[in-house]
Ligand binder design. Sequence first.
Ligand code: UD1
Ligand code: CA
Length: 459
Amino acid sequence: MEVVILAAGKGARMFSKYPKVLNTIGGKPMLQRVIETASSVNANRIHIVIGFRAEEVKERVSGVGIEQNINWVIQEEQLGTGHAVQQAVFSIDCEDDKNTVLILYGDVPLIQTRTLNRLLELTGESCLSLITLTTANNDGLGRVIRDESNQVSAVVEQKDASSEQQKITEVNSGIMALPAKRLPGWLARLDNANKQAEYYLTDIIALAVQDGCKINALNIGDENEVQGVNDKTQLARLERHLQMINISKLLEQGVTLRDPERVDVRGELTCGQDVEIDVNVIFEGSVKIGNNVSIGANVIIKDSTIGDGSEILANSNIDGSEIGLNAAIGPFARIRPGTVLHNQVKIGNFVETKNAIIGEGSKANHLAYIGDAEIGENCNIGAGTIFCNYDGANKNKSILGNNVFIGSNSVLIAPVNLADNAFVAAGSAINNDVPSDNLAVARSKQRTIAGWKRPTKKH
Ligand code: UD1
Ligand code: CA
Protein backbone atom coordinates (compact mmCIF):
# COMPACT_ATOMS: atom_id res chain seq x y z
CA MET A 1 0.00 0.00 0.00
CA GLU A 2 1.22 3.46 -0.85
CA VAL A 3 -0.24 6.75 0.36
CA VAL A 4 -0.58 10.00 -1.55
CA ILE A 5 -1.20 13.13 0.50
CA LEU A 6 -2.43 16.16 -1.41
CA ALA A 7 -0.95 19.33 -0.01
CA ALA A 8 -0.03 21.55 -2.95
CA GLY A 9 -2.90 24.01 -2.79
CA LYS A 10 -2.64 27.58 -1.61
CA GLY A 11 -5.85 27.54 0.35
CA ALA A 12 -7.26 30.70 -1.20
CA ARG A 13 -10.17 30.81 1.23
CA MET A 14 -7.79 31.23 4.18
CA PHE A 15 -6.80 34.71 2.88
CA SER A 16 -3.25 34.16 4.04
CA LYS A 17 0.14 34.25 2.31
CA TYR A 18 1.16 31.05 4.12
CA PRO A 19 0.35 27.53 2.94
CA LYS A 20 -2.95 26.24 4.30
CA VAL A 21 -1.69 22.81 5.38
CA LEU A 22 0.77 24.43 7.82
CA ASN A 23 -2.03 25.87 9.93
CA THR A 24 -1.98 24.08 13.24
CA ILE A 25 -4.65 22.14 15.06
CA GLY A 26 -3.87 21.29 18.66
CA GLY A 27 -0.44 22.85 18.15
CA LYS A 28 0.54 20.63 15.22
CA PRO A 29 0.48 21.51 11.49
CA MET A 30 -2.48 19.83 9.78
CA LEU A 31 -0.15 18.17 7.27
CA GLN A 32 1.97 16.69 10.06
CA ARG A 33 -1.15 15.12 11.59
CA VAL A 34 -2.03 13.55 8.25
CA ILE A 35 1.54 12.26 7.77
CA GLU A 36 1.54 10.69 11.23
CA THR A 37 -1.79 8.99 10.57
CA ALA A 38 -0.55 7.80 7.17
CA SER A 39 2.53 6.25 8.72
CA SER A 40 0.37 4.42 11.25
CA VAL A 41 -1.45 2.46 8.53
CA ASN A 42 1.70 0.65 7.38
CA ALA A 43 2.28 2.38 4.10
CA ASN A 44 5.35 1.28 2.14
CA ARG A 45 5.73 4.84 0.98
CA ILE A 46 4.11 8.19 1.54
CA HIS A 47 4.08 10.52 -1.45
CA ILE A 48 3.35 14.10 -0.49
CA VAL A 49 2.33 16.45 -3.27
CA ILE A 50 3.42 19.99 -2.53
CA GLY A 51 3.44 23.09 -4.72
CA PHE A 52 2.48 26.39 -3.15
CA ARG A 53 5.53 27.50 -1.05
CA ALA A 54 6.75 23.92 -1.28
CA GLU A 55 10.10 24.46 0.47
CA GLU A 56 8.42 25.98 3.49
CA VAL A 57 5.98 23.09 3.75
CA LYS A 58 8.75 20.54 3.45
CA GLU A 59 10.95 22.23 6.00
CA ARG A 60 8.20 22.66 8.57
CA VAL A 61 7.08 19.05 8.62
CA SER A 62 10.51 17.49 8.22
CA GLY A 63 12.30 16.23 11.29
CA VAL A 64 9.25 14.49 12.72
CA GLY A 65 11.08 11.18 12.53
CA ILE A 66 9.40 9.50 9.58
CA GLU A 67 11.27 11.02 6.63
CA GLN A 68 12.74 7.79 5.30
CA ASN A 69 9.33 6.78 3.94
CA ILE A 70 8.49 10.11 2.40
CA ASN A 71 8.70 11.00 -1.26
CA TRP A 72 8.14 14.70 -1.88
CA VAL A 73 6.46 15.38 -5.21
CA ILE A 74 6.27 18.85 -6.71
CA GLN A 75 3.13 20.04 -8.48
CA GLU A 76 4.35 23.25 -10.10
CA GLU A 77 0.94 24.51 -11.09
CA GLN A 78 -2.06 23.51 -9.06
CA LEU A 79 -4.50 22.36 -11.69
CA GLY A 80 -6.71 20.27 -9.45
CA THR A 81 -6.69 17.22 -7.20
CA GLY A 82 -6.56 14.83 -10.18
CA HIS A 83 -3.60 16.71 -11.63
CA ALA A 84 -1.91 16.50 -8.22
CA VAL A 85 -2.17 12.70 -8.17
CA GLN A 86 -0.89 12.63 -11.78
CA GLN A 87 2.36 14.16 -10.52
CA ALA A 88 2.78 11.38 -7.96
CA VAL A 89 1.75 8.42 -10.07
CA PHE A 90 5.18 8.07 -11.71
CA SER A 91 6.69 7.20 -8.34
CA ILE A 92 4.03 4.62 -7.44
CA ASP A 93 4.41 0.93 -8.17
CA CYS A 94 1.44 0.44 -10.51
CA GLU A 95 2.63 -2.90 -11.91
CA ASP A 96 1.92 -4.87 -8.76
CA ASP A 97 -1.66 -6.28 -8.88
CA LYS A 98 -1.85 -6.25 -5.11
CA ASN A 99 -0.72 -2.67 -4.56
CA THR A 100 -3.30 -0.24 -3.21
CA VAL A 101 -3.11 3.54 -3.25
CA LEU A 102 -4.66 5.47 -0.39
CA ILE A 103 -5.37 9.13 -1.09
CA LEU A 104 -5.42 11.56 1.83
CA TYR A 105 -5.95 15.30 1.85
CA GLY A 106 -3.55 17.53 3.74
CA ASP A 107 -6.50 19.70 4.73
CA VAL A 108 -8.51 16.86 6.34
CA PRO A 109 -6.43 16.58 9.51
CA LEU A 110 -8.42 14.52 11.99
CA ILE A 111 -8.87 11.33 10.00
CA GLN A 112 -8.27 8.31 12.23
CA THR A 113 -6.12 5.25 11.64
CA ARG A 114 -8.95 2.80 12.40
CA THR A 115 -11.20 4.42 9.78
CA LEU A 116 -8.44 4.14 7.17
CA ASN A 117 -7.91 0.49 8.05
CA ARG A 118 -11.64 -0.14 7.55
CA LEU A 119 -11.45 1.67 4.21
CA LEU A 120 -8.48 -0.42 3.07
CA GLU A 121 -10.39 -3.61 3.84
CA LEU A 122 -13.05 -2.49 1.36
CA THR A 123 -10.51 -2.03 -1.45
CA GLY A 124 -9.56 -4.68 -4.01
CA GLU A 125 -8.31 -5.28 -7.54
CA SER A 126 -11.67 -4.20 -8.92
CA CYS A 127 -13.03 -2.22 -6.00
CA LEU A 128 -12.46 1.41 -5.19
CA SER A 129 -13.45 2.58 -1.73
CA LEU A 130 -14.41 6.04 -0.66
CA ILE A 131 -15.21 7.67 2.68
CA THR A 132 -18.48 9.54 2.59
CA LEU A 133 -20.50 11.44 5.13
CA THR A 134 -24.17 12.26 5.35
CA THR A 135 -24.64 15.81 6.53
CA ALA A 136 -26.93 18.78 6.17
CA ASN A 137 -23.73 20.91 6.10
CA ASN A 138 -22.94 19.88 2.56
CA ASP A 139 -21.96 23.33 1.31
CA GLY A 140 -18.86 23.31 -0.89
CA LEU A 141 -18.47 19.54 -0.88
CA GLY A 142 -18.65 17.00 -3.70
CA ARG A 143 -22.03 15.21 -3.82
CA VAL A 144 -22.14 11.41 -3.95
CA ILE A 145 -24.41 10.21 -6.72
CA ARG A 146 -26.04 6.80 -6.37
CA ASP A 147 -27.88 4.82 -9.07
CA GLU A 148 -31.28 3.03 -8.89
CA SER A 149 -29.72 0.13 -7.00
CA ASN A 150 -28.15 2.55 -4.51
CA GLN A 151 -24.62 1.95 -5.82
CA VAL A 152 -22.25 4.92 -5.96
CA SER A 153 -21.94 5.96 -9.59
CA ALA A 154 -20.16 9.33 -9.45
CA VAL A 155 -19.06 12.29 -7.38
CA VAL A 156 -20.14 15.70 -8.64
CA GLU A 157 -18.55 18.88 -7.33
CA GLN A 158 -20.99 21.42 -5.94
CA LYS A 159 -20.18 24.00 -8.61
CA ASP A 160 -21.01 21.48 -11.34
CA ALA A 161 -24.03 19.95 -9.63
CA SER A 162 -27.61 20.44 -10.87
CA SER A 163 -30.03 21.94 -8.36
CA GLU A 164 -31.41 18.44 -7.73
CA GLN A 165 -27.89 17.07 -7.09
CA GLN A 166 -27.12 19.98 -4.79
CA LYS A 167 -29.80 18.72 -2.42
CA ILE A 168 -27.93 15.44 -1.89
CA THR A 169 -26.69 15.20 1.69
CA GLU A 170 -24.19 12.38 1.18
CA VAL A 171 -20.86 14.06 0.47
CA ASN A 172 -17.35 13.07 -0.53
CA SER A 173 -14.65 13.26 2.14
CA GLY A 174 -12.00 13.15 -0.57
CA ILE A 175 -10.36 10.16 1.06
CA MET A 176 -10.29 7.06 -1.09
CA ALA A 177 -8.36 3.85 -1.68
CA LEU A 178 -7.98 2.20 -5.06
CA PRO A 179 -6.08 -0.50 -6.96
CA ALA A 180 -2.71 0.93 -8.09
CA LYS A 181 -2.81 -0.94 -11.38
CA ARG A 182 -5.89 0.96 -12.56
CA LEU A 183 -4.78 4.39 -11.41
CA PRO A 184 -2.61 5.53 -14.37
CA GLY A 185 -5.36 4.69 -16.86
CA TRP A 186 -8.02 6.57 -14.95
CA LEU A 187 -5.79 9.60 -14.42
CA ALA A 188 -4.98 9.71 -18.14
CA ARG A 189 -8.68 9.98 -18.92
CA LEU A 190 -9.37 13.02 -16.71
CA ASP A 191 -10.17 16.33 -18.32
CA ASN A 192 -10.86 19.80 -17.05
CA ALA A 193 -14.15 20.43 -18.79
CA ASN A 194 -15.93 21.67 -15.68
CA LYS A 195 -16.89 24.90 -13.94
CA GLN A 196 -13.52 25.29 -12.24
CA ALA A 197 -11.46 24.15 -15.27
CA GLU A 198 -9.62 21.76 -12.93
CA TYR A 199 -8.63 18.12 -13.22
CA TYR A 200 -10.83 16.60 -10.52
CA LEU A 201 -9.67 13.43 -8.86
CA THR A 202 -13.30 12.78 -8.04
CA ASP A 203 -14.03 12.17 -11.74
CA ILE A 204 -12.27 8.82 -11.49
CA ILE A 205 -15.27 7.42 -9.59
CA ALA A 206 -17.43 7.54 -12.70
CA LEU A 207 -14.52 6.17 -14.79
CA ALA A 208 -14.09 3.26 -12.41
CA VAL A 209 -17.80 2.48 -12.66
CA GLN A 210 -17.53 2.56 -16.49
CA ASP A 211 -14.72 0.01 -16.21
CA GLY A 212 -16.87 -2.32 -14.13
CA CYS A 213 -15.30 -1.52 -10.81
CA LYS A 214 -17.37 -1.55 -7.68
CA ILE A 215 -17.37 1.55 -5.48
CA ASN A 216 -17.56 0.78 -1.79
CA ALA A 217 -18.66 3.81 0.17
CA LEU A 218 -17.70 3.85 3.80
CA ASN A 219 -20.26 6.23 5.26
CA ILE A 220 -18.95 7.42 8.58
CA GLY A 221 -20.85 9.14 11.37
CA ASP A 222 -18.31 11.60 12.76
CA GLU A 223 -18.43 14.79 10.75
CA ASN A 224 -15.28 16.19 12.41
CA GLU A 225 -13.15 13.26 11.39
CA VAL A 226 -13.54 14.05 7.70
CA GLN A 227 -14.00 17.79 8.01
CA GLY A 228 -11.86 19.63 5.49
CA VAL A 229 -10.32 22.95 6.47
CA ASN A 230 -10.86 25.52 3.76
CA ASP A 231 -11.35 28.65 5.81
CA LYS A 232 -10.61 30.03 9.26
CA THR A 233 -14.10 29.18 10.52
CA GLN A 234 -13.55 25.49 9.79
CA LEU A 235 -10.06 25.70 11.30
CA ALA A 236 -11.45 27.21 14.51
CA ARG A 237 -14.25 24.65 14.67
CA LEU A 238 -11.86 21.69 14.36
CA GLU A 239 -9.54 23.21 16.94
CA ARG A 240 -12.45 23.44 19.41
CA HIS A 241 -13.47 19.89 18.59
CA LEU A 242 -9.97 18.53 19.23
CA GLN A 243 -9.69 20.57 22.44
CA MET A 244 -12.95 19.12 23.74
CA ILE A 245 -11.58 15.61 23.08
CA ASN A 246 -8.37 16.44 25.01
CA ILE A 247 -10.30 18.06 27.84
CA SER A 248 -12.78 15.18 28.16
CA LYS A 249 -9.85 12.81 28.64
CA LEU A 250 -8.48 14.97 31.47
CA LEU A 251 -11.87 15.15 33.18
CA GLU A 252 -12.30 11.38 32.88
CA GLN A 253 -8.92 10.93 34.61
CA GLY A 254 -10.08 13.09 37.51
CA VAL A 255 -8.41 16.41 36.77
CA THR A 256 -10.38 19.39 38.12
CA LEU A 257 -10.93 22.01 35.44
CA ARG A 258 -12.66 25.19 36.60
CA ASP A 259 -14.00 25.68 33.08
CA PRO A 260 -13.36 22.93 30.51
CA GLU A 261 -13.92 25.40 27.68
CA ARG A 262 -11.12 27.65 28.84
CA VAL A 263 -8.17 25.24 28.85
CA ASP A 264 -6.19 24.38 25.72
CA VAL A 265 -3.87 21.43 25.30
CA ARG A 266 -1.63 21.95 22.26
CA GLY A 267 0.44 18.82 22.60
CA GLU A 268 0.71 16.05 25.18
CA LEU A 269 -0.30 16.68 28.77
CA THR A 270 -0.14 14.11 31.57
CA CYS A 271 -1.52 14.89 35.01
CA GLY A 272 -1.24 13.08 38.33
CA GLN A 273 -3.93 12.87 40.99
CA ASP A 274 -5.74 15.89 42.41
CA VAL A 275 -4.58 18.41 39.88
CA GLU A 276 -6.58 21.63 39.71
CA ILE A 277 -6.48 23.88 36.70
CA ASP A 278 -8.06 27.32 36.66
CA VAL A 279 -9.29 29.19 33.59
CA ASN A 280 -7.35 30.32 30.50
CA VAL A 281 -4.50 27.90 30.91
CA ILE A 282 -2.54 26.77 27.84
CA PHE A 283 -0.32 23.70 27.68
CA GLU A 284 2.07 23.38 24.75
CA GLY A 285 4.37 20.58 23.64
CA SER A 286 5.02 17.89 26.22
CA VAL A 287 3.97 18.78 29.76
CA LYS A 288 4.04 16.46 32.78
CA ILE A 289 2.31 17.44 35.99
CA GLY A 290 2.58 15.49 39.24
CA ASN A 291 0.05 14.98 42.05
CA ASN A 292 -1.63 17.75 44.06
CA VAL A 293 -0.56 20.51 41.72
CA SER A 294 -2.64 23.63 41.30
CA ILE A 295 -2.36 25.88 38.32
CA GLY A 296 -3.78 29.38 38.48
CA ALA A 297 -5.54 31.40 35.85
CA ASN A 298 -3.79 32.59 32.67
CA VAL A 299 -0.80 30.30 33.03
CA ILE A 300 1.10 29.03 29.98
CA ILE A 301 3.25 25.93 30.39
CA LYS A 302 5.35 24.53 27.56
CA ASP A 303 7.62 21.45 27.46
CA SER A 304 8.05 21.30 31.23
CA THR A 305 7.68 19.07 34.27
CA ILE A 306 5.99 20.18 37.49
CA GLY A 307 6.58 18.11 40.64
CA ASP A 308 4.03 16.96 43.23
CA GLY A 309 2.52 19.58 45.50
CA SER A 310 3.72 22.57 43.51
CA GLU A 311 1.61 25.63 43.06
CA ILE A 312 1.76 27.72 39.92
CA LEU A 313 0.06 31.03 40.56
CA ALA A 314 -1.81 33.16 38.05
CA ASN A 315 -0.22 34.69 34.96
CA SER A 316 3.00 32.70 35.07
CA ASN A 317 4.80 31.45 32.00
CA ILE A 318 6.93 28.30 32.18
CA ASP A 319 8.93 27.03 29.22
CA GLY A 320 11.45 24.21 28.89
CA SER A 321 11.90 23.85 32.63
CA GLU A 322 11.84 21.33 35.44
CA ILE A 323 10.14 22.22 38.67
CA GLY A 324 10.56 20.04 41.76
CA LEU A 325 8.22 19.16 44.61
CA ASN A 326 6.22 21.72 46.61
CA ALA A 327 7.57 24.68 44.69
CA ALA A 328 5.65 27.97 44.54
CA ILE A 329 5.82 29.91 41.31
CA GLY A 330 4.29 33.28 40.50
CA PRO A 331 2.04 35.11 40.19
CA PHE A 332 3.59 36.72 37.09
CA ALA A 333 6.75 34.60 37.05
CA ARG A 334 8.61 33.84 33.85
CA ILE A 335 10.50 30.56 33.94
CA ARG A 336 12.51 30.23 30.74
CA PRO A 337 14.29 27.26 29.10
CA GLY A 338 17.02 25.55 31.05
CA THR A 339 15.57 26.38 34.44
CA VAL A 340 15.73 23.60 37.02
CA LEU A 341 14.06 24.39 40.32
CA HIS A 342 14.61 21.91 43.13
CA ASN A 343 12.08 21.14 45.85
CA GLN A 344 10.45 23.96 47.81
CA VAL A 345 11.88 26.71 45.65
CA LYS A 346 9.88 29.95 45.62
CA ILE A 347 9.88 32.21 42.62
CA GLY A 348 7.66 35.23 43.10
CA ASN A 349 6.18 37.99 40.99
CA PHE A 350 8.12 39.55 38.12
CA VAL A 351 11.03 37.17 38.50
CA GLU A 352 12.58 35.83 35.30
CA THR A 353 14.85 32.79 35.26
CA LYS A 354 16.80 31.39 32.31
CA ASN A 355 19.37 28.58 32.35
CA ALA A 356 19.32 28.58 36.11
CA ILE A 357 19.62 25.72 38.55
CA ILE A 358 18.18 26.72 41.89
CA GLY A 359 18.69 24.51 44.96
CA GLU A 360 16.18 23.28 47.48
CA GLY A 361 14.40 25.90 49.58
CA SER A 362 15.93 28.90 47.81
CA LYS A 363 13.76 31.95 47.17
CA ALA A 364 13.58 34.84 44.77
CA ASN A 365 10.36 36.46 45.79
CA HIS A 366 10.24 39.69 43.81
CA LEU A 367 11.46 41.45 40.67
CA ALA A 368 14.67 39.66 39.71
CA TYR A 369 16.51 38.33 36.66
CA ILE A 370 18.39 35.09 37.24
CA GLY A 371 20.23 34.00 34.12
CA ASP A 372 23.06 31.46 33.70
CA ALA A 373 23.19 30.69 37.39
CA GLU A 374 23.81 27.83 39.75
CA ILE A 375 22.34 28.57 43.12
CA GLY A 376 22.68 26.32 46.16
CA GLU A 377 20.15 25.54 48.89
CA ASN A 378 18.27 28.03 51.08
CA CYS A 379 19.55 31.13 49.35
CA ASN A 380 17.64 34.37 49.36
CA ILE A 381 17.74 36.49 46.25
CA GLY A 382 16.50 39.94 47.23
CA ALA A 383 14.05 42.08 45.31
CA GLY A 384 15.51 43.70 42.23
CA THR A 385 18.57 41.45 41.97
CA ILE A 386 20.00 41.16 38.48
CA PHE A 387 22.38 38.43 37.41
CA CYS A 388 24.41 40.24 34.72
CA ASN A 389 25.15 37.20 32.59
CA TYR A 390 25.83 38.99 29.32
CA ASP A 391 28.77 41.30 28.70
CA GLY A 392 27.55 42.31 25.27
CA ALA A 393 29.43 39.49 23.57
CA ASN A 394 29.43 36.42 25.78
CA LYS A 395 27.30 34.77 28.43
CA ASN A 396 28.92 34.12 31.81
CA LYS A 397 27.88 32.18 34.83
CA SER A 398 27.23 33.09 38.47
CA ILE A 399 27.71 30.35 41.04
CA LEU A 400 26.24 30.64 44.51
CA GLY A 401 26.79 28.18 47.37
CA ASN A 402 24.25 27.38 50.10
CA ASN A 403 22.61 29.98 52.38
CA VAL A 404 23.78 32.90 50.30
CA PHE A 405 21.90 36.15 50.89
CA ILE A 406 21.74 38.78 48.18
CA GLY A 407 20.44 42.13 49.39
CA SER A 408 17.89 43.97 47.32
CA ASN A 409 18.80 45.82 44.16
CA SER A 410 22.19 44.16 43.74
CA VAL A 411 23.87 43.16 40.51
CA LEU A 412 26.05 40.07 40.24
CA ILE A 413 28.43 40.67 37.34
CA ALA A 414 29.29 37.24 35.97
CA PRO A 415 31.53 35.30 36.03
CA VAL A 416 31.39 35.41 39.78
CA ASN A 417 31.36 32.93 42.69
CA LEU A 418 29.72 33.45 46.04
CA ALA A 419 30.60 30.75 48.52
CA ASP A 420 28.37 29.30 51.27
CA ASN A 421 26.85 31.86 53.66
CA ALA A 422 28.14 34.82 51.66
CA PHE A 423 26.11 37.96 52.32
CA VAL A 424 25.76 40.80 49.84
CA ALA A 425 24.65 44.18 51.10
CA ALA A 426 21.70 45.79 49.36
CA GLY A 427 22.51 47.88 46.33
CA SER A 428 25.89 46.23 45.67
CA ALA A 429 27.50 45.65 42.31
CA ILE A 430 29.48 42.44 42.80
CA ASN A 431 32.21 41.59 40.32
CA ASN A 432 34.66 39.80 42.61
CA ASP A 433 34.18 36.45 44.26
CA VAL A 434 32.90 36.47 47.83
CA PRO A 435 34.39 33.85 50.15
CA SER A 436 32.33 31.85 52.54
CA ASP A 437 30.78 33.70 55.53
CA ASN A 438 31.95 37.11 54.24
CA LEU A 439 29.90 40.23 53.84
CA ALA A 440 30.40 42.08 50.56
CA VAL A 441 29.41 45.71 50.34
CA ALA A 442 29.98 47.24 46.94
CA ARG A 443 28.33 50.62 46.82
CA SER A 444 29.48 54.19 47.36
CA LYS A 445 29.40 55.42 50.88
CA GLN A 446 26.41 57.48 51.93
CA ARG A 447 27.10 61.15 52.54
CA THR A 448 24.65 63.01 54.69
CA ILE A 449 24.85 66.76 54.22
CA ALA A 450 23.39 68.92 56.94
CA GLY A 451 21.65 72.21 56.12
CA TRP A 452 21.32 71.40 52.46
CA LYS A 453 19.02 73.69 50.48
CA ARG A 454 16.73 72.33 47.81
CA PRO A 455 16.91 74.07 44.40
CA THR A 456 14.31 76.78 43.92
CA LYS A 457 12.39 77.69 40.75
CA LYS A 458 13.92 80.45 38.63
CA HIS A 459 11.50 83.32 37.76
C1 UD1 B 1 -12.31 18.30 -2.46
C2 UD1 B 1 -13.11 17.33 -3.33
C3 UD1 B 1 -14.56 17.30 -2.86
C4 UD1 B 1 -14.61 16.92 -1.42
C5 UD1 B 1 -13.73 17.83 -0.55
C6 UD1 B 1 -13.65 17.27 0.84
C7 UD1 B 1 -12.10 17.36 -5.55
C8 UD1 B 1 -12.20 17.85 -6.93
N1 UD1 B 1 -13.04 17.76 -4.71
O1 UD1 B 1 -12.83 19.60 -2.66
O2 UD1 B 1 -15.30 16.37 -3.63
O3 UD1 B 1 -15.97 16.96 -0.95
O4 UD1 B 1 -12.40 17.89 -1.08
O5 UD1 B 1 -12.89 18.08 1.71
O6 UD1 B 1 -11.19 16.62 -5.24
N2 UD1 B 1 -4.66 20.13 -3.87
C9 UD1 B 1 -3.47 19.87 -4.51
N3 UD1 B 1 -3.31 20.28 -5.79
C10 UD1 B 1 -4.30 20.90 -6.47
C11 UD1 B 1 -5.53 21.14 -5.81
C12 UD1 B 1 -5.67 20.74 -4.52
O7 UD1 B 1 -2.55 19.30 -3.92
O8 UD1 B 1 -4.07 21.23 -7.64
C13 UD1 B 1 -4.79 19.71 -2.46
C14 UD1 B 1 -5.10 20.85 -1.54
O9 UD1 B 1 -3.88 21.36 -1.01
C15 UD1 B 1 -5.96 20.21 -0.44
C16 UD1 B 1 -6.64 19.07 -1.17
O10 UD1 B 1 -5.91 18.84 -2.35
O11 UD1 B 1 -5.16 19.72 0.61
C17 UD1 B 1 -8.10 19.38 -1.51
O12 UD1 B 1 -8.17 20.51 -2.33
P1 UD1 B 1 -9.32 21.58 -2.15
O13 UD1 B 1 -9.11 22.65 -3.15
O14 UD1 B 1 -9.44 21.99 -0.75
O15 UD1 B 1 -10.60 20.73 -2.57
P2 UD1 B 1 -12.10 20.95 -2.13
O16 UD1 B 1 -12.68 22.07 -2.92
O17 UD1 B 1 -12.20 21.02 -0.67
CA1 CA C 1 -10.70 21.13 0.98
